[in-house]
Write a protein that binds this ligand. Sequence first.
Ligand SMILES: [Zn+2]
Length: 255
Amino acid sequence: MEEVPLLEYTGVRKVLSEEERQRYRRQIILPDWGEAGQERLKRAKVVVVGAGGLGSAALAYLAVAGVGKIRIIDHDRVELSNLNRQMLHSDKDVGKRKADSAKARLEALNPDIVVEAFAETITEKNSLELIADYLIVDALDNLPARYLLNKVALRTNRPLFHGAVCGFEGRATTIHPGRTPCLACLYEGAMPGEIPVVGVTPGIIGCVQATEVIKHILGIGELLTNRMLVCDGRTMTFSEMKLKRNPNCRECGEL
Ligand SMILES: [Zn+2]
């Protein structure tokens, strides 16, 4: 197993209830998961920035896995054109704030976890405060906001679980400050306006991001560090790109 520094999960040890043992039984029986792993998940705090297509999949699976505290940040309201891919929101949610709609859905999926909703835009000013102490999932759709998450991850030495989609193609990587490329090593410039998205693509990639978060919390398996998983739904191929840090990166070159 690759050695990955885990965040310190502070607070009292929370023992699982009988109901939780039942709810999570099929994962607890994994030899490297166990009740100890489940308790780790219960103590974990994850922020998902973006409650759209990627966020819907990542949030749903993090919630049902039993991540104890989940924070959702999204300033948008649900639109009809979101519903081909943003599975946490229903037709009746059109016009509602995505953060609130997603929170209600997650609480229905798993009432044993704490869900926090922030209908806010991530800015230079509030990013540190909104994301502090949380593992960060990048479920955004624009580079400027992604760069802000990248900055917070680098400043706080926290992993960043990145996912991006376009049409049938999706990609994901896990960033560890100073040990892997950061987002500024990997991307330049801005993305085009309206990106085409087939709903299944963020579904797949959001699930990959959730898998990475869970493995990181449990300290099991191998993470997508220094590699980018690329999924092409048209040919149904999954490939991998080796990633290298940019020694002259404006963000992480000094780390
Ligand atoms: Zn960098």
